[in-house]
Design a protein around this ligand. Structure first.
Ligand code: CFM
Length: 535
């Protein structure tokens, strides 16, 4: 048994120990390694998870720039409407069709007690009237928060009303925060409505010889722009991105692309699968985080299309991008090599970033996901073994049929076998544990207590996490970087992004200000008091 894992777990009482031991493992200890994931957090534990509404509104829908998204709920929930995730976007024009950018606005019905008591539908309609009057968008989404589900407002009926009244697309998302066990439920709900009501409603065919959609790329810190730039250089047309910097205008046409590239499988695999069923679009798993992964992903695309000109162009672009960064990468690696890292992120970055770290010779000794499912840890092959519990059954799982007009077989059987023989991850992904060293620790649904304990024992040089957990580590003297928002930096994707990432790490490691500071109460008593209640 792993000593480190037990040192942390042994501090729990028997009941919590029994639960948490299923969520933490030391790689290579099991035969095979099996983890419990996507189950309820123990009440009272300070988890880092978000809610279903955050996953739907904040993650999948939020970056769609030209849709007005109304948060139907109390104003506190509307915090998620407001630049909190650094998913960047710019208004633009494509083939004469404009896409506005509403990302900096906050749309909320600001429900009050009276609305909870007497119903909020009237107020929701009023908000739609106002939003249409001010902005007249072509798409309007309504996202429900907890009280909306509890009082039973019919947001779907209001959405139908708005469609008739204004002749726009209006979609209701019943993504009340309490659904499911984390934001992962919200991803699923968003995916369902996007395939039902948006994808397939446009008819602008791509012009390029090879066209793709990028799925699960949210343009945090400009990552998506970096990836798009590289693909365009290779001569690959990007029809739409789900959903970073993207638009309702473009997503409508996504069913006409040749191939789907999946970056974050956790948040978007539902759409990838449904687009295959409905339109015959194949998908491959790619990762544009890290130089080696970028090279590999670009080559996968070349191999998929199997065109010698395209493959040659891809090699040229790789060589050219490398020339720009090589010298800096060698220098950064010389400084960063041998360091160790711990990564705590949502549902895919803890894996993707290990590749980028290894470009610098940094090894990962601890990795955790907030809300991933077993397949994100163990690989897609485990899907048939995952038991659906009551919480997962709560989330609608829709099935789609072949689209009569647009379904097209993309690969012959020979092409499929050739692609698989080449080792291209066609409709497949490996889990995080396959890429981790034996003995390293994996922790699911990470919590505050375990984080502090693991850091004390493992002492990584760098701790990557989010804003909720970073400051405890930072003030204890660890270099702490946010992997959700990049602490105002980025992009980290692509070749140029890798250099920016390395520079940020080196800058942090060279200025270990917090490790020189001693908490005042360690030397001077700061609180004076006495126990009361007894004579
Ligand atoms: Fe996918 Fe994400 Fe992630 Fe995610 Fe997220 Fe994010 Fe994330 Mo924060 S979609 S699972 S719900 S890669 S917001 S862009 S960084 S937790 S690891």
């Amino acid at each position: 048994m792993s000593k480190v894992r037990d040192e942390v777990l042994d501090q729990y009482n028997a009941r919590i120990y029994k639960n948490r031991k299923e969520h933490i493992l030391s790689v290579g200890e099991g035969n095979p390694d099996i983890i419990t994931a996507n189950t309820r957090t123990i009440p009272g534990i300070i988890t880092q998870r978000g809610c279903c509404y955050a996953g739907c509104k904040g993650v999948v829908l939020g970056p769609i720039k030209d849709a007005v998204i109304i948060t139907h709920g109390p104003i506190g929930c509307a915090f998620y409407t407001w630049g909190t995730r650094r998913s960047k976007a710019q208004a633009d024009e494509r083939d004469g069709e404009k896409a506005d950018n509403y990302l900096e606005y906050c749309f909320s019905t600001d429900m009050q007690e009276t609305d909870i008591v007497f119903g909020g539908e009237k107020k929701l309609k009023q908000s739609i009237v106002e939003a249409m009057h001010l902005f007249s968008p072509s798409a309007l989404f309504i996202c429900s928060t907890c009280p909306v589900g509890l009082i039973g407002d019919d947001v779907q009926a209001v959405a139908r009303w708005a469609e008739e009244e204004y002749g726009i697309t209006c979609i209701g998302f019943s993504c009340e925060g309490y659904k499911g066990v984390s934001q992962s439920a919200g991803h699923h709900i968003a995916n369902n409505q996007v395939i039902k009501y948006i994808i397939g409603t446009g008819d602008k065919a791509p012009k390029g010889k090879y066209s793709v959609n990028i799925l699960g790329e949210y343009n945090i810190g400009g990552d998506g722009w970096e990836v798009e730039k590289i693909l365009k250089r290779c001569g690959i047309e990007v029809v739409s991105v789900f959903t970073g910097g993207s638009s309702f205008r473009d997503i409508k046409n996504s069913h006409l692309a040749d191939l789907n590239l999946v970056q974050c499988n956790r948040s978007i695999n539902y759409i990838a699968d449904m687009m295959f069923e409905k339109y015959g679009i194949e998908w491959i798993k790619i990762n544009f985080i890290g130089i080696e992964s970028c090279k590999e992903s670009l080559r996968y695309i070349g191999e998929y299309f199997d065109d010698e000109n395209l493959k040659a162009r891809i090699e040229e672009v790789i060589a050219d991008e490398l020339t720009d960064v090589l010298e800096e990468m060698i220098y950064l690696k010389s400084k960063l090599k041998g360091k160790t890292a711990a990564l705590y992120v949502g549902g895919s970055r803890s894996h993707h970033y290990q590749k980028l770290l290894s470009d610098f010779g940094i090894s990962t000794i601890l990795a955790g996901y907030e809300f991933a499912h077993r397949d994100d840890y163990e690989g897609r092959a485990v899907l048939p073994d995952i038991k659906t519990d009551a919480d997962s059954k709560n989330i609608e799982s829709i099935s789609v049929e072949k689209d009569e007009k647009y379904y097209k077989v993309r690969l012959t059987e020979e092409q499929r076998s050739r692609i698989l023989e080449k080792g291209i991850p066609l409709k497949d992904y490996k889990g995080m544990m396959n890429d981790m060293d034996k003995g390293s620790i994996i922790c699911d649904d990470l919590n505050h207590f375990e984080t502090e304990e693991f850091l004390k024992i493992l002492k990584p040089d760098i701790f990557f996490s989010g804003i909720k957990d970073k400051f405890v580590a930072q003030k204890s003297g660890f270099l702490s970087r946010q992997l959700h928002s990049y602490d105002y930096s980025g992009p980290y994707a692509g070749f140029r992004g890798a250099v920016i990432f390395g520079q940020d790490l080196l800058m942090g490691l060279s200025t270990p200000a917090w490790s020189y500071i001693r908490a005042p109460w360690k030397s001077i008593p700061c609180i004076e008091g006495s126990l009361g209640g007894e004579e």
